[in-house]
Design a protein around this ligand. Structure first.
Ligand code: GDP
Length: 445
């Protein structure tokens, strides 16, 4: 999976990582190559363009982290952006199968691997989730397809609906529902007919079946090797039938794999599973992290940069603590604190972590203190000049007006912030005196 794309990208990054300091031109050239590599992997043009743009913005704005090369840092940014582009449902493998018997509708073009995938997922539901599954083929035009599902069912020990020649798809769907209800099945899967191309007749048929079955999940099976076509097919099916997710098959081949990257961005639908071979076990739930790792093939560098960034944060905290111990606490410190709080889950989250602050957290909650207040306070500080941040005593009436206006807020908001700053500065001074092993150190961890 993704071999070609990986190779291309690692070539680009190899050149980057060997250089000590990156110039803007280096990054530009590298990103141009990344874009070409994405397009060759059949990632759609708008997706590739947005992808490269996002990376450029992030790479430009970022301070260089010590102990990793800028090239390594760019790889981390690319990795995170890949995950971002790929990310869909939090738990792609969790099928909605409550309220038994839960219908799952399988749709897709002929040859996409729909029947195989139906059986693979049935086996998974049976073995992983302990569910009783009934499968039914609705492909009345191809008796061989109906036979195929029956054979697979016997092989994996999952029941199939007996074939009644001459029955229409809608009637088979009704019969499947009946049998699933009477037989006490948890799930019934409807393997609809496929055509070679999308046509009206096919869509009408699938819609009719959908209306009868009222499926909990409608999974579109598409051949991952068809690249951009897979994405187009998904858009069409979603528009006509409405799908809840995509299964990309044949991801075991050394295909170009770009479909995976474009799917979410273009269709807005998550990839739920990937097919990785012909065997009945060859299906995996979709993991953006894993796929991004495979595309880049550079997991080591990603974790290296993550560690370096953690170290920087720890150093920052240490520096701040030294300042507090000296009784120094200006607006820049306050801002860092506020930003840290936002990152750590807001006021309540932070207070909850500080020993002895549980009670205060409750008061904070009562006072209606939420994260939007944190954000407004940060905006106020951003609206101050460098000098004002370093020395809040400078803030007289006219300056206050300017600052509040700059943040789109009232002077009274600023006064509250200043009061809080004074109180915190006092508290910090006291805490600082308690020494290194004290509360502050705990809180900064
Ligand atoms: P359908 O017409 O959409 O029902 O397609 P089938 O389920 O009959 O699959 C067509 C062919 O693709 C069969 O030979 C399958 O074994 C094969 N196939 C399905 N999924 C995968 C996959 O993930 N990887 C590989 N390599 N082959 C697959």
């Amino acid at each position: 999976m993704f071999e070609n794309l990986s190779e291309r990208l690692s070539g680009v990054f190899d050149r980057l990582t060997k250089q000590g300091a990156l110039s803007e031109d280096d990054v530009k050239t590298a990103l141009r190559e990344v874009r070409v590599a994405l397009l060759e992997a059949d990632v759609s043009l708008p997706v590739a363009r947005d992808f490269v743009k996002a990376i450029q913005e992030k790479a430009t704005g970022q301070a260089v982290t010590k102990s990793v090369t800028p090239g390594q840092q760019v790889i981390k940014i690319v990795h995170d952006e890949l995950v971002h582009v790929l990310t869909g449902d939090e738990d792609p493998g969790a099928l909605k199968i409550d309220s038994p018997p839960a219908p799952i509708l399988m749709v897709g073009l002929q040859g996409s691997g729909k029947t195989t995938t139906t059986a693979k997922l049935a086996k998974r539901l049976k073995e992983k989730n302990g569910k009783r599954v009934l499968m039914a083929s609705l492909d009345v035009n191809r008796p061989a397809a109906m036979e195929q599902l029956a054979i697979l069912g016997a092989q994996i020990g999952v029941d199939t609906l007996p074939i009644v020649p001459g029955q229409k798809p809608v009637d088979i769907a009704k019969r499947a529902k009946q049998q699933a209800t009477m037989g006490g099945y948890d799930v019934y899967m409807l393997d609809t007919a496929g055509r070679l191309h999308i046509d009206e007749v096919l869509m009408d048929e699938v819609q009719a079946v959908r209306d009868v079955a009222n499926p909990r999940e409608t999974l579109l099976v598409v051949d991952g090797l068809t690249g951009q076509d897979a994405v187009n097919v998904a858009s069409e099916f979603d528009g006509k039938v409405g799908i809840s997710g995509v299964v990309l098959t044949r991801m075991d081949g050394d295909g170009r794999g770009g479909a995976a990257l474009s799917m979410r961005a273009v269709t807005g639908k998550p990839i739920r599973f990937v097919g990785l071979g012909e065997k009945m076990d060859a299906v995996e739930e979709f993991h953006p992290e894993r796929i991004a790792g495979r595309i880049l093939g550079m997991g080591d560098i990603v974790s290296l940069v993550e560690k370096a960034q953690e170290t920087i944060e720890a150093e920052q905290a240490e520096r701040m603590m030294k300042r507090f111990q000296k009784g120094q606490f200006n607006m820049n410190d306050l801002r860092m604190q506020l930003e840290q709080m936002l990152k750590m889950g807001g006021m309540e989250g932070v207070m909850g972590m500080m020993p002895g602050m549980g009670k205060m957290a409750k008061q904070v909650e009562k006072a209606g203190f939420d994260d939007s207040i944190l954000k407004r306070q940060i905006a106020l500080i951003q609206s101050m000049t460098k000098k004002e941040r370093a020395n809040p005593a400078l803030l007289q009436a006219s300056r206050k007006k300017r600052i509040a206006k700059g943040a789109g807020l009232e002077v009274s908001d600023l006064n509250k912030l200043l009061k809080m700053h004074r109180q915190m500065a006092d508290m910090m001074k006291k805490m600082g005196k308690m020494g290194k092993g004290g509360m502050l150190k705990q809180a900064m961890k």
